[in-house]
Design a protein around this ligand. Structure first.
Ligand SMILES: [Fe+2]
Length: 454
């Protein structure tokens, strides 16, 4: 082999090795990718979705009020699943779903999915409580990369920290390559039985999208098959634009990939959001989508999105906006970009950008944030109890990284209390390899922004 051929072979092996050795998560007759979501009222319904190999066309779900005794199958109810075939990335599978209905609030049920000979284990879930009941949930920024090797410890740490989470919120880019079945396999592997016990609420990011040959945006085919999400949004954006009411919270998902790339989609979602907020009687309102209104990542700005939607968030006094996309952490309040911000009168949202996976970008020079992080995988726990919303961001090892409270007492302006003084030191180092991506001037500017001006 001559030298150039040898080099070519080496390059070829390096280029293909990640594909050659990507772990496949092929379906079998045994159910996998078992995920809880809501498609309707969390107090009285629970949807579950799972996957099998395509020859299984008659999968079922069984459920029962969770007993203290062992589960005796003569007393369980059995439901036929709705089944949809998916052929993507050379993997053929059937995705099955059932929505349990007529449930009691704040009640624990046991369920399993499959059929005789191939049943899953029995899992348990607890329905949402009545309005006015305290609860907490977990929010994750982009998982996206190295899902099995490095994102898994974050979701598992979050579960150890808050095993009774009401739900887990994913703010887009759950995976990296659209239509990659092995990446969805890794995502499900990492969440494993947690996904079967705690419902997920998910909004898509740019990495869940592709373009068709005619230029239209195409949502990853897995999305609607493996998540059974609410269909109360505009029909064009079914299961990506929706809301769920849980206790005193209205949790809204917008599809920001459609907003930032398509004017018509932006208009449809603006009109829909206005109506959903206008008729909202919930005490607390949180909105999630992928692209940040204020960017925490360097060189990024979604100006048109901000100009179109921020006035709506302000008008309806949205409490919190939970986002991803920038692979860094930023938390700040409702002020124009570029202003170091403390406004006690601000009634608009607190904006958060976070990242749960290991891909990292440097922080923006446009320092709108009161608290930032680079090079840190995080998850957030948000608790709502009456007049109080308390927020904590945690590192992959469970250390408190950021915290604040919002207090909304009857007849008083909303109060914001920064609790970051309880957290560990701010992580603002440049990410590895920055010296190759930045000029010395940019590096100096970064130091000025984050080291002195902080
Ligand atoms: Fe993204």
């Amino acid at each position: 082999m001559n030298a150039s051929k040898y080099i070519f072979t080496i390059l070829f092996l390096v280029a293909t090795s990640s594909t050659l050795f990507a772990q496949q998560f092929l379906p079998s007759e045994f159910p996998d990718r078992i995920v809880l979501t809501w498609s309707d009222d969390p107090m009285t319904t629970q949807s579950v979705t799972w996957r099998t190999s395509p020859e299984i066309t008659d999968s079922k779900a069984q459920f029962i009020l969770a007993p203290n005794t062992p589960i005796y199958t003569d007393s369980v109810e059995t439901f036929d699943a709705k089944t949809e075939f998916l052929d993507v990335d050379s993997v053929q599978a059937n995705y099955h779903s059932v929505t349990f209905e007529g449930l009691q609030p704040a009640t624990t049920y046991a369920y399993r999915v499959g059929k005789e000979g191939t049943w899953s284990e029995w899992f348990q879930f607890t329905t949402a409580p009545q309005k006015g009941t305290p609860f907490s949930f977990v929010y994750f920024g982009d998982a996206q990369n190295n899902l099995k090797s490095q994102w898994s410890r974050v979701i598992r740490q979050a579960y150890s920290n808050l095993p009774k989470a009401a739900f887990m919120l994913h703010a887009g880019d759950l995976i990296n390559r659209t239509q990659s079945d092995s990446e969805w396999g890794e995502w499900n592997y990492s969440g494993s039985f947690i996904n079967a016990m705690i419902p997920s609420i998910a909004t898509p990011g740019n990495h869940e999208y592709d373009r068709a040959e005619n230029g239209t945006l195409v949502l990853d085919y897995h999305w609607k098959k493996q998540f059974t999400l609410p269909e109360n949004g505009p029909k064009e954006f079914s299961e990506t634009v929706y809301y769920t009411d849980y206790s005193d919270l209205r949790m809204i998902s917008l599809n920001s990939q459609e907003i930032v790339l398509d004017e018509n989609s932006m208009e449809i979602q603006k009109v829909w959001l206005g109506k959903v907020l206008e008729s909202n009687t919930q005490k607390w309102t949180i909105i999630t989508f992928h692209h940040p209104i204020y960017s925490s990542g360097t060189g990024r700005d979604n100006k048109e999105f901000r100009e179109a939607f921020k006035p709506i968030f302000d008008k309806y006094k949205v409490d919190l906006v939970l986002q991803g996309h920038d692979h860094s952490y930023g938390r700040g309040r409702n002020l124009p970009s570029g202003v170091a911000n403390q406004d006690p009168e601000a009634q608009g949202p607190v904006y958060v950008v976070s990242v749960s996976g290991p891909k990292m970008y440097n922080l923006t020079f446009d320092k709108w944030m009161d608290r930032a992080a680079s090079n840190t995988q995080l998850y957030q726990i948000i608790s709502i109890e009456g007049d109080l919303l308390s927020y904590g961001a945690y590192t992959a090892t469970g250390e408190l990284y950021d915290a604040f409270d919002l207090i909304k007492a009857e007849g008083k302006p909303k109060e914001f209390i920064d609790r970051a003084d309880k957290a560990i030191q701010e992580a603002i180092e440049l990410t590895p390899g920055s010296e190759k991506k930045m000029t010395p001037e940019e590096m100096a500017e970064y130091m000025r922004t984050y080291k002195k001006g902080n």
